[in-house]
Design a binder for this molecule. Structure first.
Ligand code: ATP
Ligand code: MG
Length: 244
């Protein structure tokens, strides 16, 4: 069953076509990878789906609801959560309060929000940081806070924008395992933007490749990484493709 359907969305900034007619369908319980060079439009695409930006044209459909141009809180309420490329928890709040804040509005009471937060904190392995002030956390823990805040709304689709960026290799593996578990055990549907190709190859059922706002390839991880247009698009970049 298709859960998320993006139809021909476009967004330009002062004449720059950041996203230029992108379509995408993600089935229930699937993991969709999105790759592409810097500035390809990946984050903009997420912002269009999450309601941070309104598309100039095209549609965003979720579980047969038309969410095109809906505000972020409505999209979150419908069941789409996202993490930000640059983590942005409330720095002066504890980890727990940050996650509770995210859960509030998606639960009936503060008590329920606390319970949801504690469950999610355990799920993402943040117990030892739970009562720390978020601004003091190392990057790896901050990334998990970002993930916990997104999971706290009990999403049906999770949009992950470079959750592995800034992590050293030893820190990446547990996060990749966690994402695999969220899909396998919870049936969570995910769309993730990632430059770390080993993770894209391991997690993705299907990969969409963007370049200059356009889809240049769409297929299995193996198909897209051997596609000459994709290799061409990455020329002159860090050899992330070769990492796979
Ligand atoms: N708010 C904005 N105002 C103006 N231009 C923007 C804005 N957001 C993005 N852009 C431009 O749109 C294009 C796509 O940017 P976007 O951030 O979506 O790329 P990306 O694929 O996420 O790149 P990266 O891999 O570096 O995160 C870039 O040219 C960027 O400069
Ligand atoms: Mg980006």
């Amino acid at each position: 069953m298709t859960l998320l359907r993006v139809e021909n969305v476009a967004k330009a900034f002062h004449g720059v076509h950041a996203v230029d007619g992108v379509s995408l369908t993600v089935g229930q319980g699937r993991i969709q990878g999105i790759i592409g060079p810097n500035g390809a439009g990946k984050t903009t695409l997420f912002n269009l789906v999450a309601g941070v930006l309104k598309p100039d044209s095209g549609r965003v459909l979720f579980d047969d609801m038309d969410l095109t141009g809906a505000p972020p809180h409505k999209i979150a309420r419908a069941g789409i959560a996202r993490t930000f490329q640059l983590t942005r928890p409330f720095a002066s709040m504890s980890v727990r309060d940050n996650v509770i804040t995210a859960a509030l509005g998606h639960t009936r009471s503060r008590k329920q929000a606390q319970q949801a937060a504690d469950a999610v904190i355990e799920r993402v392995g943040l117990q030892r940081w739970r009562d720390n002030v978020s601004g003091d956390l190392p990057t790896a823990a901050l990334k998990r806070v970002e993930l916990a805040r997104a999971l706290a709304i009990r999403p049906r689709v999770l949009l992950l924008d470079e959750v592995l960026a800034g992590l050293v290799p030893a820190e990446r593996q547990p996060v990749v395992d966690m994402l695999a578990t969220l899909r396998d055990e919870d049936g969570l549907t995910m769309v993730f933007v990632e430059h770390i190709m080993a993770a894209v190859m391991r997690l993705s059922d299907s990969v969409l490749v963007l370049d200059q706002g356009k889809v240049i390839a769409d297929g299995t991880p193996q198909e897209v990484t051997s596609d000459p247009r994709v290799i061409e698009a990455y020329l002159g970049e860090e050899p992330t493709i070769a990492d796979a």
